[in-house]
Design a binder for this molecule. Structure first.
Ligand SMILES: NC(=O)N[C@@H](CC(=O)O)C(=O)O
Ligand SMILES: [Zn+2]
Ligand SMILES: [Zn+2]
Length: 346
């Protein structure tokens, strides 16, 4: 059994840092391990243009710990009003790396999202031309579609057609949760990839719903049955470059999750790589972690891989039961539980 694991420094290709006071917690947590991260734009109001992305980037950089070289890779939030010109300006800025499609109403802060894909065809055409990846929250939102079917229905009814219309557009299906999504991504061209979260690798809907409802496991897309969890573990540990790390770490205050109408999102950034190590170890696949965490993401985005490394040791430690986060504590994923792997701090 290995007790020490050295990896090229990883990047997180999907994270929510939130804004203002929260940045004092979220930025140090991501910067502890990751060199770069794709920063989700679902603020209120959302990050819709280069100017908004620039000021958000500055607030993130100001929250970096001393001596940190963490680089936030900024993204735009697509709306029905996003023009080709907005995309060209973003590409020209040099610090915006992707644009995000939230179907209106699909998830946290998606009210300003896209109401019909036709509205963003000009933006997608421009993204395809300039080589800017489209990041997708892939769930349909119709009331009549069961929440457990929303990802598959999005793939079948929207994504397949979109990719046929824009065959050169790079697409990342974010935080995939089903065997259907893994199959779709595997069969698609090399322009199509997916991120996988640690929580969807470690948990299934029984963890959330058996023996009492556990709001801290509630996220979107929602945890599925264990056969889907197994398919995600197969994909993540397969060594296929189409699947790479994206935590979807998304903090919500304890009171907003432990609520009659609880928010969707799990906070994993405080121990992200440790959680992935736990999942890969369950599959005896720790040898596959480095490529998933550190190679395939930059390769897909045409960015250089990092040059330095991190080390994890097998040394059980207990996850805190609560994180301070200013006045509104956040309950981390796996609060109070024991994780096997610990980062050796530099
Ligand atoms: N994943 C979640 O459950 N929540 C995310 C939004 C998202 O990524 O869909 C959030 O911003 O809270
Ligand atoms: Zn999402
Ligand atoms: Zn997300």
């Amino acid at each position: 059994m290995t007790d020490r694991l050295t990896l090229l420094r990883p990047d997180d290709w999907h994270i929510h840092l939130r804004d203002n006071a929260a940045l004092q917690n979220t930025v140090p947590d991501v910067a502890r391990v990751f060199s770069r991260a794709i920063i989700m734009p679902n603020l209120v109001p959302p990050v819709r243009d280069t100017a908004a992305a620039k000021s958000y980037q500055e607030r993130i950089l100001n929250a970096r710990p001393q001596h940190s070289n963490f680089i936030p890779l900024m993204t735009l939030y697509l709306t029905d009003q996003t023009t080709a010109q907005i995309i060209h300006q973003a590409k020209g800025s040099g610090f915006i790396y992707a644009a995000k499609l939230y179907p209106a109403g699909a998830t946290t802060n998606s009210d300003s999202g896209v109401t019909a894909l036709e509205h963003i065809y000009p933006a997608l055409e421009a993204m395809s031309e300039v080589g800017m990846p489209l990041l997708v929250h892939g769930e349909v939102t119709h009331n009549e579609v069961d929440i457990f079917d929303r990802e598959k229905r999005f793939i079948d009814e929207q994504l397949i057609g979109l990719i046929a219309r824009f065959p050169n557009l790079k697409v990342v299906l974010e935080h995939i949760t089903t065997a259907d999504a893994t199959k779709f991504v595997l069969a698609a061209s090399d322009k199509v990839a997916a991120t996988i979260t640690a929580h969807h690798l470690l948990f299934n809907r029984n963890h959330m719903l058996v023996g009492g409802i556990k709001p801290h496991f509630y996220c979107l897309p929602i945890l599925k049955r264990n056969t889907h969890q197994e398919a995600l573990l197969d994909a993540a540990t397969s060594g296929n470059p189409k699947f790479f790390l994206g935590t979807d770490s998304a903090p919500h205050a304890q009171h907003a999750k432990e609520n009659a109408c609880g928010c969707a999102g799990c906070y994993s950034a405080f121990a992200a790589i440790e959680l992935y190590a736990q999942a890969f170890e369950q599959r005896n696949a720790l040898d596959k972690l480095e490529a998933f965490a550190s190679h395939f993401g930059p390769d897909f985005y045409d960015l250089p891989r990092n040059q330095d490394s991190i080390t994890l040791v097998r040394e059980p430690w207990q996850v805190p039961s609560q994180l301070p986060f200013g006045e509104h504590p956040v309950i981390p994923l796996c609060a109070g539980e024991t994780l096997n792997w610990r980062l050796v701090e530099a």
